[in-house]
Write a protein that binds this ligand. Structure first.
Ligand code: MBD
Ligand code: FE
Length: 282
């Protein structure tokens, strides 16, 4: 195996960092006064920790070395999405009435292949795992169907790997952009994902090991759901009874987001229904 084909923290971290730079605008419309307020609070939180916990020079230097390594490993997207993004979501959706949101995480890629309803996500011919039929309807908060809504879905495979961030997977494996029908209905065939372990060989993994934490997220499906004149929601769905549903390292599970699929009567696999409710554009 060459360096580029190994599933290392540095490889997935570099990918996530490059994707972030490509996909996001980061010139926030933030005044000088607000920048000062926010930066002062973060700096104060660090100083308060040092003073309260009587942080030693050794610990300070270990912290400095670790921060340098986070950047070298390309793990700033991972670090921030695992330990901070859940609070950003909480603030962002405080005034929304539709479906709950959840963190985007570092592995979204825009413009996945467009699939008409009913859809099957791109997957390998022998894609391992349990087939999952995910179906439902997209509606507005008044209960009206949103015809032609767009459901972007991406998730890990049965071994916990995301295409384009782990080697050896087809480019768009288990990623798709599904267009709901005239009644806002969608039916998506995919394979149940496995729990996801964040890379253990990078800076985030080193923190987790040093702190005696675990590195796991429960199995999850990622979504961005949008429709004309409505607010896009970014969310995730989980599976009842799955490992780490109650101790997600990324603190992103909410009870409303936990699915309970049932065995299919007609064929092997499981099925579940979940409806997305979108707020109007404000
Ligand atoms: C993931 O798949 C994820 O969803 C998050 C939040 C962090 C790391 C990997
Ligand atoms: Fe994920």
């Amino acid at each position: 195996m060459t360096t580029e084909t190994e599933a290392t923290a540095a490889a997935s971290g570099a990918g996530a960092t490059a994707r972030f730079r490509e996909n996001k605008q980061f010139a926030a419309n933030t005044s000088q006064e607000r920048v000062s307020t926010l930066a002062n609070r973060v700096i104060k939180a660090i100083n308060d920790t040092v003073l309260d916990e009587k942080v030693t020079y050794d610990e300070y230097n270990a912290f400095k070395a670790w921060l340098i390594r986070v950047g070298e490993d390309g793990e700033w997207p991972l670090f921030l999405d695992v330990w901070v993004e859940h609070s950003i979501v909480e603030v962002a959706e405080a005034n929304r009435h539709g479906s709950k949101g959840a963190i985007e995480g570092p592995y979204y890629i825009p413009n996945a292949p467009v699939l008409n309803n009913p859809a099957t996500l791109p997957m390998r011919e022998d894609e391992p795992g349990t087939p999952l039929l995910f179906q439902g309807q997209v509606r507005n908060v008044a209960g009206e169907p949103l015809a032609g809504a767009l459901i972007e879905l991406w998730h890990a495979d049965d071994a916990g790997f995301y295409s384009q961030f782990a080697p050896g997977l087809p480019e768009w494996n288990l990623r798709g952009s599904i267009i709901a029908d005239e009644q806002g209905n969608f039916q998506i065939n995919t394979m149940q994902p496995a729990p996801y372990q964040i890379p253990t060989d990078g800076a985030c993994g080193a923190l987790i090991a040093a702190a005696g934490w675990h590195a796991w997220r429960p199995a999850h499906l990622h979504f961005k759901v949008s429709a004309a004149e409505h607010q896009l929601i970014t969310t995730q769905l989980y599976f009842e009874g799955g490992e780490h549903v109650s101790d997600d390292i990324a603190s992103a599970v909410k009870p409303e987001l936990v699915l309970a699929p049932t065995e299919r009567a007609d064929r092997q696999g499981r099925e579940v229904t979940y409806d997305f409710i979108l707020d109007p554009q404000d």
